[in-house]
Design a protein around this ligand. Structure first.
Ligand SMILES: NC(=O)c1ccc[n+]([C@@H]2O[C@H](COP(=O)([O-])OP(=O)(O)OC[C@H]3O[C@@H](n4cnc5c(N)ncnc54)[C@H](O)[C@@H]3O)[C@@H](O)[C@H]2O)c1
Length: 311
């Protein structure tokens, strides 16, 4: 493999994937396609020798141009926020479903052999008994979840019909460095703590999630590329953690800095109460082995946030 295209490469998981690939496959030529709606081209400055295309995955001609000559695609670009998808399901559909269709069609046109697609577990499966796994019947409760399920369907169809090796990796709650622009729990909490403001918890804090450190997700992506994986895989840690437990650990991590103040609000529409995943399929087939404990991952993330100069 000589050339990989990363859609959404200016975003949180994209930047960390670039870092991981640079460290583990230094000869690889990396091209990034991003419309800078959330990530920024300037975030790529820390890396040398990248090719950057500014633009949207909804632009099929551009996507076709970018994928010419690629050996693999890591497809991360998406409308990623559950609440935004509830407010504007049309936009979510156009970016996630039609945009991904453009990516898959360009993969087919140029006979790109490999595609790794970023998917999600909780939002696709809905409120089911955890741990969630790949054999459960999907029942999304938000347009975001429905769009990701549809994308998985198209990945499978392009594997079956056109011989593309396509995998869909269902990430759980990813946290880590380079996530300042994110509204996800860990990023949102660290930003509030840095600003000396109370953190906002929607619900009573008993909600359970599976928090996974971003480097471990990058190992899963890297492994999927190397193996030429196909099918759907849950990537998380398999460890359930409540928001209240997370806050306790965060308090230990920022302990010398300040006391965390918490404000509790009502539960939010469209959000699942409890989800964590069974990662045994990925462990076996992808040799995916998350190794970063939550306390260690939060320490690394906090160090990055304290030194972050992003706007
Ligand atoms: N972060 C998580 O916890 C998590 C969990 C499950 C799934 N995922 C999936 O992983 C992928 C990456 O997530 P992330 O956390 O890095 O998000 P992110 O928002 O940090 O990155 C997404 C990037 O895609 C770009 N983008 C958005 N719409 C685009 C478009 N129409 N055309 C081109 N570029 C576009 C944004 O500018 C951004 O740089 C997404 O597909 C997301 O749904 C993430």
């Amino acid at each position: 493999m000589d050339k990989v295209v990363i859609t959404g490469g200016c975003g949180f998981i994209g930047l960390n994937t670039i870092d991981y690939l640079k460290k583990n496959k230094s000869h690889l030529k990396i091209s990034v396609l991003d419309n800078e709606s959330l990530g920024r081209k300037e975030y790529l400055k820390e890396f040398e020798g990248l090719e950057f295309f500014s633009g949207d995955i909804r632009d099929s001609d551009l996507v076709d141009r970018v994928l010419y000559g690629a050996d693999a695609v890591v497809h991360l670009a998406a409308d990623t926020r559950v609440l935004d998808s509830i407010a504007d399901p049309v936009k979510n559909f156009q970016i996630n479903v039609l945009g991904t269709f453009n990516v898959l069609n360009a993969v087919r046109n140029h006979s790109v052999p490999l595609l790794v697609n970023a998917s999600t577990g909780g939002a696709i499966l809905g409120e089911v008994s955890p741990p969630v796994h790949e054999n459960m019947i999907p029942e999304p409760i938000s347009p975001y979840g429905a769009s990701k399920l549809s994308i998985e369907g198209y990945c499978s169809a392009f594997s079956g019909s056109y011989g593309v090796k396509a995998s869909s990796l269902r990430f759980s709650n990813v946290y880590g460095p380079r996530s300042y622009h994110k509204g996800s729990v860990v990023a949102a909490f660290f930003k509030r703590i840095l600003a000396d403001k109370p953190i906002d918890v929607y619900g009573d804090g008993t909600q359970i999630r599976d928090y996974v450190y971003v480097d471990d997700i990058c190992q899963g992506i890297y492994s999927s590329l190397n193996i030429g994986a196909e099918g759907v895989y849950q990537l998380g840690t398999g460890i359930p953690t409540s928001i209240n437990q997370l806050i306790e650990i965060m308090q230990d991590v920022v302990g010398e800095y300040r006391d965390i103040k918490v404000r509790y609000h009502g539960f939010r529409e469209g959000e699942i109460h409890t989800t964590y995943c069974d990662i045994s399929k990925a462990e076996k087939a992808l040799r995916y082995h998350p190794k970063t404990e939550l306390t260690q991952g939060l320490k690394l993330t906090w160090e990055w946030f304290k030194n972050c100069t992003q706007p």
